[in-house]
Write a protein that binds this ligand. Structure first.
Ligand code: BT5
Length: 262
């Protein structure tokens, strides 16, 4: 383990904690004290969180040592094209899902916008969820927080949809620390690709992994509205395209997707 992380350590600072409130919050405070404010990236990881959170202040629950809980803080100054920064959360999902696949979880996939799921499985219309991403901007940086279940017993699973990599083919020789190092390296790499080449290629990889495309959806969007229809694709800004029953195509920039039977 230590070797995998030590190799990363050469490139960026790493903060490994036994427990914290939220790795995203620790990453925010670390950034304030960072000697080199323009450091390309740094990592904060913990074995447990007391206040792990998802989007819209939902909680992220993970028993001690059962999964990866980490935040990669990336330098994203204001002059970078906002479309590139906007696609970063999706791109980070691609990085994590591709690492899961490479380590044996061949059905690792993405649910728009950035849940890591197991393709073609569901409980009550929701796919089995391996992990989730929470991206937050703070000053010149974007903090990409990731929770990824590695080893959860049925009793530990916080919801009926929660599942873990070890139940879906994870190579037993891969340690949590190696996974952490590989996910971090992949996220840093995909950010470099986005900055150098723009979103097109990464979005192509996203579309190939996204199980939402082609399904009937009901998307809860901000403002207590829903957009119902068929998800036809993801556009060049990372928005979900939904063809509604009325026949128009709506681009949804943020929301929660539920499967729909209509
Ligand atoms: C997410 O939010 O899926 C983003 C989760 C990000 C968590 C990481 S952990 C490291 C970093 N530090 C933080 O404080 N956060 C990030 P969302 O799409 O809102 O989904 C949240 C929902 O997922 C919850 O309401 C539960 O239903 C479900 N959930 C909670 N814990 C889970 C788990 N371990 N596995 C699967 N689902 C879970």
């Amino acid at each position: 383990m230590r070797r995998a992380l030590a190799e990363l350590q050469c490139a960026g600072p790493i903060h490994l904690l036994e427990q914290c409130g939220s790795t995203n919050d620790v990453a925010r405070s670390v950034a304030v004290e960072l000697p080199d404010a323009a450091a390309e990236w740094f990592l904060v990881a913990a074995d447990a969180q007391t206040a792990g959170r998802g989007r819209l202040n939902r909680s992220w629950e993970s028993p001690f040592g059962a999964g990866l809980l980490f935040s990669v803080s990336l330098f994203a100054p204001a002059h970078i094209n906002p479309m590139v920064v906007g696609v970063l959360p999706l791109a980070a999902g691609v990085a994590v899902a591709e690492v899961c696949r490479a380590r044996g979880v061949g059905r690792a996939a993405l649910k728009w916008p950035n849940d890591v799921v197991i393709a073609e499985t569901d409980v009550a219309g929701l796919p089995l969820k391996l992990g989730g991403l929470l991206a937050e901007r703070t000053g010149d940086r974007v903090i990409v927080g990731i929770g990824l279940n590695v080893d959860l017993t049925a009793r530990e699973a916080p919801t009926a949809q929660a599942t873990a990599l070890c139940e879906h083919g994870l190579d037993p020789g891969v340690s949590r620390e190696e996974l952490l190092a590989q996910c971090t390296a992949a996220i840093v790499e995909v950010w470099r690709e986005l900055r150098a080449d723009g979103p097109a290629a990464v979005l192509g990889r996203y579309r190939a992994l996204c199980t939402t495309i082609g399904t009937s959806v009901s998307v809860a969007v901000p403002g207590a509205r829903t957009v119902d229809g068929v998800a036809t694709g993801v556009d060049d800004a990372g928005h979900l395209l939904v063809r509604t029953v009325e026949g128009s195509e709506v681009a949804v920039s943020a929301g929660d997707v539920r499967a729909s039977t209509t």
